[in-house]
Design a protein around this ligand. Structure first.
Ligand code: NAD
Ligand code: IPM
Ligand code: MN
Length: 370
C-alpha cells in the first residue's frame, strides 16, 4: 500500500541547483520504494534555464503550477551567462516573483552546527559547538520590493540609482509573530535586528515588534540589536542567539554570515512560508538552500547537496506533516558527516572526500541502515 502525501513542484534552476536536486529525487524515490510514501512531483524551469527556454526567468504557467501545489522546492538561480541581461529579466527575478506572488513573507533559515562539522567552521570549535539559531528573514518587503526604484539620468550627466526601504505595520507584525511563535518552541528568546539609529523604517520595526511582544508574548525574552552589531556578534559569540528576526536585506546578509558558522554555505537550508490558508490551515511554502548556483564549481560534480536535501527535509516537516521522515533524513546526514564522508567545502583532515552523487549515495545508505 502506498500513501500519497501531497504535491511538490521542483524547480532545480541553474548551476549546481540541478546537481544537488538529483540527490533529492533519489530520496523521494527511496521514500516511495521503502516507506510507501509518494509525492506527486512535477519539474519545471526557473532562472537562467527558464530564460533560455522561454525568454523570461519564470513562465506564467510555472507560476500557476506553483500556486496550485502544496510546496515548491527550488535549487538555485543565476550565473555569469545571464549577468548582462536587463535587470527585469535576470534569473534572480524568477525567484523573487515566486516569493512575492506566493506571499512567502517569512523565511526561516536555521543555522545548526553539527557536532561532526565543528572543525569545518572558520571559527574556533568552542565558538560554534552546539550552535542552533534560527534566522527569520522578512522576504516579501523592504528594499527588495519598495518603490520608487530605478536608475535615472541626472541633468549634470551623472546617473543615480535608487531603491526604497519600506515596511508597514502589518508586514512587521506578521513576521515578528512567526519569530515569537518559533521561539516559544525553542529557547524562548528573540533578537530583533534593524538600524533604528539611522532609518525610520527601523524605528517603526522596533516599535511594532515591541508592541506585538506586549500583546501576549510576555513569556518570550525580546531584545533589540542594530544589524551591524548583530553581524559582529554572530561571528564573536553566535550562541547568544536563539531566534533572530530581521528585514529582507539584513536577513540576506546575516544568514550568509550564519551559514559559515555551520561550516559551509552548502549546509544551510531554508523554508519560506506564507499565511496559513483559513480553510485548510496549510501555508503556501517554498523550500530552498541558502546558497546560490555556485558557477565556480558547476558541472564538476563536487557541490555539497546537503543544504538542498535538508530543505526537502524542512518541506517534509512543515508542509507534509512527515516530521519522522525529516528526522530520519537529518539523522542520516549527521551519521554520514560523523563517518567523515565529506564534500570538498566541508573537507577536513582524515576525511574521505566525495562528490555530489557519492554524498547522496552515502545518505541513502544510512537511511536504509537506520
Ligand atoms: P553562491 O552561493 O553561488 O557561491 C558562493 C561560494 O560558495 C562559491 O565559492 C561556491 O562555490 C560556494 N558554494 C555555494 N554553495 C555550495 C555548495 N552547495 N557546495 C559547495 N560549495 C558551495 O553565491 P554567489 O557566487 O555570490 O552567486 C552566484 C549566483 O547565484 C549569482 O547569480 C547569485 O545571484 C545567485 N544566487 C542565487 C541564490 C538562490 O537561488 N537562492 C542565492 C544566492 C546567490
Ligand atoms: C538568497 C539570495 C537571493 C536574495 C537572490 C538570489 C535574489 O541571495 O536567497 O539569499 O538576495 O534573496
Ligand atoms: Mn543571499
Amino acid at each position: 500500500m502506498s500513501e500519497q502525501i501531497g504535491s511538490l513542484l521542483i524547480v532545480p534552476g541553474d548551476g549546481i541547483g540541478p546537481e544537488a536536486m538529483a540527490q533529492v529525487q533519489r530520496i523521494i524515490d527511496w521514500m516511495g520504494d521503502t516507506l510507501g510514501k509518494t509525492i506527486d512531483t512535477e519539474y519545471d524551469l526557473v532562472g537562467g534555464a527558464a530564460i533560455d527556454a522561454h525568454g523570461v526567468p519564470i513562465h506564467d504557467d510555472t507560476m500557476v503550477k506553483a500556486q496550485a501545489v502544496d510546496a515548491v522546492l527550488l535549487g538555485a538561480v543565476g550565473g555569469p551567462k545571464w549577468d548582462d541581461l536587463d535587470f527585469s529579466i535576470k534569473p534572480e527575478r524568477g525567484l523573487l516573483r515566486l516569493r512575492s506572488e506566493l506571499g512567502l513573507f517569512a523565511n526561516l533559515r536555521p543555522a545548526v552546527c553539527f557536532e561532526a562539522l565543528v572543525d569545518s567552521s572558520s571559527l574556533k570549535p568552542e565558538v560554534v559547538a552546539g550552535l542552533d539559531i534560527m534566522i527569520v528573514r522578512e522576504l516579501t518587503g523592504g528594499i527588495y520590493f519598495g518603490e520608487p526604484r530605478g536608475i535615472e539620468d541626472m541633468p549634470d550627466g551623472q546617473r543615480r540609482g535608487f531603491n526604497t526601504q519600506t515596511y508597514t505595520t502589518n508586514e512587521i507584525r506578521r513576521v515578528a509573530k512567526v519569530a515569537f511563535d518559533l521561539a516559544r518552541k525553542r529557547d524562548g528568546r528573540v533578537t530583533s535586528c534593524e538600524k533604528a539609529n539611522v532609518m525610520e523604517s527601523g524605528i517603526l520595526w522596533r516599535e511594532e515588534v515591541t508592541k506585538l511582544h506586549g500583546e501576549g508574548y510576555d513569556d518570550i525574552e525580546l531584545s533589540h540589536m542594530y544589524a551591524d552589531n548583530a553581524a559582529m556578534q554572530l561571528v564573536r559569540a553566535p550562541k547568544q542567539f536563539d531566534v533572530m528576526v530581521t528585514d529582507n536585506l539584513f536577513g540576506d546578509i546575516l544568514s550568509d554570515a550564519a551559514a559559515m558558522l555551520t561550516g559551509s554555505l552548502g549546509m544551510l537550508p531554508s523554508a519560506s512560508l506564507g499565511a496559513p490558508d483559513p480553510a485548510t490551515g496549510r501555508a503556501k511554502a517554498m523550500y530552498e538552500p541558502v546558497h546560490g548556483s555556485a558557477p565556480d564549481i558547476t558541472g564538476q560534480g563536487i557541490a555539497n547537496p546537503i543544504a538542498t536535501i535538508m530543505s526537502f527535509a524542512m518541506a517534509l516537516r512543515y508542509t507534509f506533516d512527515q516530521g519522522d521522515i525529516a528526522d530520519r533524513i537529518e539523522d542520516a546526514v549527521k551519521t554520514v558527516l560523523a563517518k567523515k564522508i565529506r564534500t570538498g567545502d566541508i573537507m577536513c583532515d582524515g576525511a574521505k572526500q566525495v562528490g555530489t552523487e557519492e554524498m547522496g549515495t552515502a545518505i541513502i545508505a544510512e537511511l536504509n541502515a537506520a
